[in-house]
Design a protein around this ligand. Sequence first.
Ligand code: CU
Length: 127
Amino acid sequence: MRNGVRLAVMLGAVLTALLVVACTGRGGGGGSGGLNISAKRGAFEFVPANVTAPANTAVTITFQNLDSQIHDWTIDSVPGPGRVHLVADPGKTVSGSFTFTQPGTYRVYCSQPGHTEAGMVGQLTVQ
Ligand SMILES: [Cu+2]
């Protein structure tokens, strides 16, 4: 039985790895597979700044911080998850799955002190 359990765990790990590859393999433009956003190195900037996600579909958002200071990708209020707050330490990548339930445009910003003022803003379009 123990071997069976071990096999199940291994299979789970492999499937998870495949899922991660599938979700992060696409570009940052949109689509149902996932969104990839990065914090640009040496700049207060999201790349891309504007992203599009389908409504009523689970979307994996991956936020990669290429800069040397902490950044986050934050939406204060959006129907579905309510708040989105992906915080990435320098050089790190974080991700989460969200289902947005209402089409519209929502303001994205970095909540670290001074970053919004420096231009670290963007927009999520749900359609
Ligand atoms: Cu920031």
